[in-house]
Write a protein of this length. Structure first.
Length: 256
């Protein structure tokens, strides 16, 4: 029981400290409305993760509240759909004046569709099913390496997003005040993928730390991975909202 209480206390303290740090970093990133939105989202994320940890440890089944189909999964899916909705609104606002398949504004439509796919992936486990299908279709024996194919798929999602940002970098520069937010999102995404690789199966951490020491670290890293996922989504939503507000101001100036 003492170890469980220490785990709850340690995880909660870390989440609160991380949330405070992100809030301090976020203050200069945009307008007061953007900041307020990000603060609310981070507060909700910290609360949901902390309550999930408490419930999971209390019932000695942490994965029941952190794994697929949990409250965190549904919160994540909702945030992803919200990002898709705001991105679509931005595309429609840009497309009203610059409709063309070659228009840079197409970037926002692609981003919107991408986040709809990510929401579907989060809710119905597309990349996990693809992982299982690849093993079955190619008759691959699961090993420590092949078991991380799903991690590579998640990394591929990030690489595709980075490629789109580079391809349409002019569109991002149009809203230069969102660059710090999106940069922070990519940084947290990198941390999330790294934690996912470490906790995918109990092999790397026991090898590094030993079996006894690795167990609490494994659980802590799994909590942090879920929290990082929610933070990435919150940053993306705040960034999209900031870009939408900037575009509305541009539209108002051009119509005067």
């Amino acid at each position: 029981m003492q170890k469980e209480l220490l785990f709850i206390h340690g995880s909660s303290e870390f989440l609160l400290a991380t949330n405070k740090l992100l809030m301090k970093i976020s203050v200069p990133l945009g307008s007061s409305r953007t900041w307020s939105l990000l603060a609310v989202l981070l507060g909700i994320n910290v609360t949901v993760v902390a309550l999930s940890v408490w419930a999971g440890v209390s019932q000695r089944n942490l994965q029941a509240y952190l794994g697929e189909g949990s409250v965190i999964t549904w919160l994540s899916g909702l945030q992803l759909l919200a990002v898709a909705f705001v991105s679509l609104k931005l595309y429609r606002l840009r497309g009203q004046r610059q409709w063309s398949w070659r228009s840079p504004a197409l970037f926002w439509l692609l981003i919107s569709l991408g986040f709809v796919f990510l929401a579907a992936d989060e809710l119905v486990e597309i990349h996990e099913q693809l992982h299982a299908w690849l093993h079955q279709a190619w008759n691959i024996q699961e090993t420590g390496l092949t078991d991380r194919i799903d991690d590579a798929i998640v990394g591929l999602y990030g690489a595709v997003a980075a490629g789109l940002v580079y391809r349409y970098r002019g569109e991002i520069k149009r809203y230069s005040n969102v660059l710090p937010i999106f940069s922070a999102a990519f940084a947290v995404l990198a941390v999330m993928v790294f934690l996912d690789i470490l906790t995918n199966r109990p092999d790397i951490l026991p090898w590094l730390l030993g079996s006894d020491a690795a167990l609490p670290v494994q659980s802590t890293f799994e909590v942090l991975e879920e929290f990082c996922k929610l933070v990435v989504e919150s940053l993306c939503l705040a960034g999209m909202y900031r870009a939408l507000r900037s575009e509305r101001r541009i539209a108002d100036r051009t119509t005067v």
